[in-house]
Design a protein around this ligand. Structure first.
Ligand code: CA
Length: 351
């Protein structure tokens, strides 16, 4: 069979396209806040790299550098912004000192639980607001996995009254740190890998980390046996930061693969944390009977809530975008919480 000139040309073009496609190898690097030998690995970063490689058939690979390698657990924002890394895995509230508008995308005290937050991000305008907040830095931010409700932290002594918090040195990042500092707590944000040593050496008297699944492995209970229930991170979400220029250079196919891989890794992290916490809680009381699980008194909780609201009002007055983000979160939470209560809570309480 003789090919027409037109068919032959189309065939040639198709061959060129295949050849170009085969050469379209993309190699990225991701820096994470996590990964010190002292910290159980947060797996979403490794998983996203694995999924991207699988889905792209090896065309697109991501090398994951933990903080052991890059030595800058709190430098992820700058390294991705500067293009040293095409992406990072971290939490947005670490950058509240750079820009207050970035803070609410991880969690807010007395804010949304994980399902409420995830629904807000996807369907309630959260993602669009996050995009606007990061735009001026040449960064894109995506949901990077939710830890679920976090515990209030480990304390060396029992905290019965507001006065017991005065003078306490505590690691508690994000907005919650500002809230407790108004009650006289001296707040520091120590990189995850240095937490145990800081508590052991008495550099700090208390800390919050995540929940039993992560905390028990860190060994905090050996030094600070009072374990309080949470108020400050009701659904803390990690973020994938992506350098926008690098992202824009990706083919549409690779963009789609990356977005879907991040989404899958984030979902996996949420259920992984739920699983780890359930397992750890089940064995904790048997293995470590000296741990005393406590809840802050209504007096303390009332103060924490009042200060949270005062600080939100203060910051809203300074930043219109912060005001808009918080208003969006609170309006969404009002609707979603009514449903959470009538569905999950009523069901669990057996009404
Ligand atoms: Ca935490």
């Amino acid at each position: 069979m003789k090919l027409s000139k037109k068919t032959a040309l189309l065939f040639l073009l198709a061959m060129v396209a295949v050849a170009a496609h085969a050469g379209d190898r993309v190699k990225w690097k991701m820096a994470t806040t996590w990964g010190s030998a002292a910290v159980p690995i947060i797996t979403a970063s490794e998983k996203v790299a694995e999924y991207v490689e699988q889905m792209s058939g090896g065309e697109f690979t991501i090398r994951v550098d933990s903080s052991n390698k890059h030595k800058a657990p709190m430098g992820i924002f700058d390294m991705v912004k500067g293009g040293q890394y095409q992406m990072g895995h971290t939490t947005s509230y670490f950058w509240k000192g750079k820009d207050i508008n970035l803070m609410p995308f991880t969690t807010m005290p007395f804010g949304m639980t994980a399902p409420e937050r995830m629904a807000w991000m996807e369907f309630g305008g959260g993602f669009e607001l996050m995009k606007r907040a990061y735009d001026k830095y040449g960064l894109l931010s995506f949901q990077g996995g939710n830890t679920g409700n976090q515990m209030g932290g480990w304390f060396k002594k029992e905290i019965k009254t507001v006065d017991d918090l005065k003078g306490l040195r505590m690691r508690i990042p994000g907005f919650a740190g500002e809230v407790v500092s108004k009650l006289g707590v001296s707040v520091t944000n120590i990189p995850p890998g240095e937490l145990y040593t800081s508590l052991d050496r008495g550099t700090i008297d208390a800390l919050e980390w995540v929940g039993p699944g992560m905390d028990i492995k860190m060994g905090f209970h050996k030094i600070a046996p009072y374990y309080y229930t949470g108020w400050h991170e009701p659904g803390a979400e990690a973020q994938f930061l992506v350098n926008k220029k690098a992202y824009d250079k990706l083919s549409n196919k690779h963009k789609s693969i990356l977005r879907n891989a991040m989404r899958l890794a984030a979902y996996r992290m949420y259920i992984e944390f739920y699983h780890m916490n359930s397992e750890a809680w089940a064995t904790m009381k048997k293995d470590y009977p000296h741990i005393k699980v406590k809840t802050f008194s209504p007096e303390i909780m009332g103060q924490l809530r009042k200060i949270t609201n005062d600080l939100v009002a203060e910051k809203s007055a300074k930043s219109p975008l912060f005001k808009e983000i918080i208003a969006s979160q609170r309006a969404y939470m009002k609707k979603a919480r009514a449903w959470t209560i009538i569905s999950d809570l009523d069901y669990i309480q057996g009404k």
